[in-house]
Ligand binder design. Sequence first.
Ligand code: NAD
Length: 284
Amino acid sequence: MKNLQGKVAVITGAAEGIGKGIATRAAAEGMRLVLADINAAKLELAVAEFKADGVEVIGVPTDVAREEQVNALAEQVFAQFGNVHLLVNNAGVAVARPAWEATQQDWDWVMGVNFYGVTHALRAFVPTMLKHGEEGHIVNTASMAGLTSQPSLATYNASKHAVVTVSEGLHHDLALRQSRINVSVLCPGWVKTGVAHSERNRVAAAAGNDGAETPAVDAVTLKVGMAIMQAVQNGIPVAQVAAAVFDAIVAERFYILTHPEMKQAIQIRMEDILQQRAPTLLKI
Ligand SMILES: NC(=O)c1ccc[n+]([C@@H]2O[C@H](COP(=O)([O-])OP(=O)(O)OC[C@H]3O[C@@H](n4cnc5c(N)ncnc54)[C@H](O)[C@@H]3O)[C@@H](O)[C@H]2O)c1
């Protein structure tokens, strides 16, 4: 999609972090914005900021893990704006625990937001986008954790690998139908955001923490957790990720790799598979 002026962008997880960075860049491209986020207060602040800059924008409080809320978001957007040209499925959360310590609530929460958040949106938005027949683009936010497998991130890795493969299949399904909708999967390395403090977004309802005791973390989980927090703290700015996303939209590029130095990690994993050797432990 080359011409973005006046087009409609829907961005989930848009109140903060990478989502807000993408929204900022979309506004600079002259797009009209629909921002969706579970954090209604932060969403309101973001909407007010964009409005103050003269951007046409609405905010729709949405828990992307809840199918009915994503359907309601889509209904409102199509009723108010007619069509959607850029759909960015970006909302995401993380839990740092090895597989045997992740509770069922952890799995439900992380898969609910990171994976079902994407599949709910595809079902809610794509049929109407296809019916309109206009040019469009879908960006699904995965992660380098969707292309490699870090320790302590069982739920997160699984959700992001799922987003990558669903995006690859989506690309084929749309291309086979000669649709005018392109797809990108965003796989950043570390980005300076609040992702290491995702628990702030965990609601008591649905798949939130039900108050059940979670196992105490051991020394290894603690060490890996600290390394992840440090890596996020030293991560690249969200504006750099947003720039890579818009380059990919214009160039119709599928894979968005924001950290070229991490490409080697993908290669090592592929070689591990092809040579049938044990997974190499990659640097965080
Ligand atoms: N920061 C990184 O290093 C990094 C790296 C790779 C991928 N990612 C991915 O980027 C995406 C954005 O994360 P971020 O780093 O900006 O983190 P962030 O925590 O700063 O932002 C996440 C946003 O999503 C919202 N959100 C959380 N749960 C939600 C839900 N159920 N429904 C709707 N909105 C919800 C939050 O309120 C917040 O505004 C995520 O998918 C994350 O997994 C982040």
